[in-house]
Design a protein around this ligand. Structure first.
Ligand code: NAG
Ligand code: NAG
Ligand code: NAG
Length: 431
């Protein structure tokens, strides 16, 4: 009897609530979904500014925190004229060769595709999916971009059931694959060069070419892609380190323009911060490196990683591959004993500047055998990391850095510049 009473009271409350007026545009039967209750998303995509949108029914969430809102508040025409009530799939186009499509967001609804830029529907849309993506089926489950360098050519991966349609943007050719081992994805998302298939409230990271899954999956999305408070999250994507706690071990940019900062056993990518930043284990990109690194620099298409008295040299292509015969003793490779504090090479130089305590050593990488050519003092007892680009040299000590025009000016050290703080914009940390 008690249960029945509770039920009647609940029913009354629900009925009364239905009678209330609702904000314009809200469907009273469709309460705001709560993504911390475990949502199966219809689609996930970043926009051209790097905001991530999660879609469910006629609602969306912008970013990794915050409440749901109606999709057509932001993407006006998406639902207004069609009343489809959901998005099947969405992705952000990566195709720098064609500025008419680059960074546009594509939405797939039943058999139609919509293209948006600057939150505005492009003229002429929607069109039939096959008109723009011939060979790709209607009623998709998920879609994700796969830019050149990760896929062989600029591509889009479309998902329907356990079938994957890999669409080459330039040639408009399609390759169909079956990834039976991967759960059927209801949405797919590329985040910081990693690919995620979302299914239920879980996600599984997969390899964008082979579909392979390595590591322990599925994982609960609420621990990684949203802030759900108590009981969720652990050193995850949604939580970031405070800038005042940053203490780098090394920082470098490779010949492909990819910048990395290393801290403890983790790295973060610095040049893709539009889409957010995240610490990943170093061993994810440099398989043989399992512990903290001392210094990293790039010379041509080689990345030198110094750890204790050893140096690892990686060839940088799409992936980093350890060159045969490495690691080798630092003494043998550079003519200097480890450990070192930092190492950097300025653009178009053959001289690597290696810092050890208060000394900076110049080593000519074009000479054989390599040996210290010059030794100079620097005005710091100990630095964490050093970096040189077209703007000059930066010396990192804890959450601060000092800028110099050149290694020579650093070594002269007559005037110590004011320290600058590591910023959220550049390092993806939290203020
Ligand atoms: C984006 O759209 C807004 C209005 O919605 C407009 O004011 C702004 O100029 C547009 N920006 C670009 C880059 O087109
Ligand atoms: C996945 O999709 C395939 C069709 O491609 C279907 O046969 C299968 O039942 C689906 N699996 C699940 C778990 O829904
Ligand atoms: C999510 O993954 C866990 C394993 O990590 C599994 O036990 C659970 O059934 C999954 N739930 C859904 C809805 O896929």
């Amino acid at each position: 009897i008690f249960d029945q009473c509770v039920c009647i009271i609940l029913c009354l409350l629900v009925c009364l609530n239905l009678g209330h007026s609702h904000p314009k545009g809200e469907d009273p039967h469709d309460a705001k979904p709560d993504r911390c209750k475990g949502i199966e998303f219809d689609a996930i995509t970043p926009d051209e500014k790097g905001n991530t949108f999660f879609f469910k029914g006629d609602h969306l969430w912008k970013g990794f925190s915050g409440p749901a809102e109606l999709s057509n508040n932001i993407f006006n025409e998406l639902d207004d004229s069609h009343h489809l009530g959901h998005v099947d799939a969405a992705f952000r186009m990566h195709h720098q060769d064609d500025l008419n499509v680059h960074d546009h967001i594509y939405f797939f609804l039943d058999d139609k595709v919509f293209s948006y830029y600057n939150y505005t529907l492009e003229q002429g849309y929607p069109v039939e999916i096959q008109q723009e993506f011939p060979g790709v089926p209607s009623h998709l489950d998920a879609a994700v971009e796969c830019p050149k360098g990760e896929c062989i050519t600029d591509s889009v991966l479309f998902f329907k059931g356990n079938e994957i349609y890999s669409f080459d943007i330039k040639t408009k050719s399609v390759k169909k694959k079956v990834w039976a081992h991967l759960p059927n994805c209801t949405s797919a998302f590329r985040w910081l060069e990693h690919y995620y298939c979302f299914h239920g409230y879980n996600f599984t990271r997969f390899h964008h070419v082979s579909g392979d899954v390595t590591g322990t999956y599925p994982k609960d999305a609420r621990n990684y892609f949203m802030r759900c408070g108590e009981g969720f999250g652990h050193g995850d994507g949604a939580r970031r380190q405070r800038c005042s706690e940053v203490k780098l071990n090394a920082i470098t940019t490779d010949d492909k323009g990819r910048s990395y900062a290393f801290q403890d056993a983790m790295y973060i990518r610095l040049d893709t911060h539009r889409d957010g930043s995240h610490h990943f284990p170093i061993s994810r990109l440099w398989k043989e490196i399992s512990v903290v690194v001392d210094a990293v620099f790039n010379y041509g298409d080689n990345m030198y990683i110094i750890q204790g008295d050893q140096v690892y040299i990686y060839k940088s292509a799409v992936h980093y591959t350890l060159i045969e015969g490495y690691p080798k003793p630092l003494k043998e490779e550079l003519g200097i004993d480890g450990p070192v504090d930092a190492a950097f090479l300025c653009p178009n130089q053959h001289i690597v500047n290696v810092i050890q305590g208060q000394k900076m050593y110049d080593i000519d990488l074009a000479a054989t055998p390599r040996a210290v050519k010059m030794e100079r003092p620097i005005p710091f007892p100990e630095i964490d990391a050093g970096f040189c680009d077209a703007d000059g040299v930066k010396v990192f000590i804890g959450p601060e850095y000092y800028s110099y025009q050149s290694p020579m000016i650093l070594a002269m050290g007559k005037i110590k510049p004011a320290p600058q703080k590591i910023s959220p914009e550049k390092f993806g940390c939290e203020k």
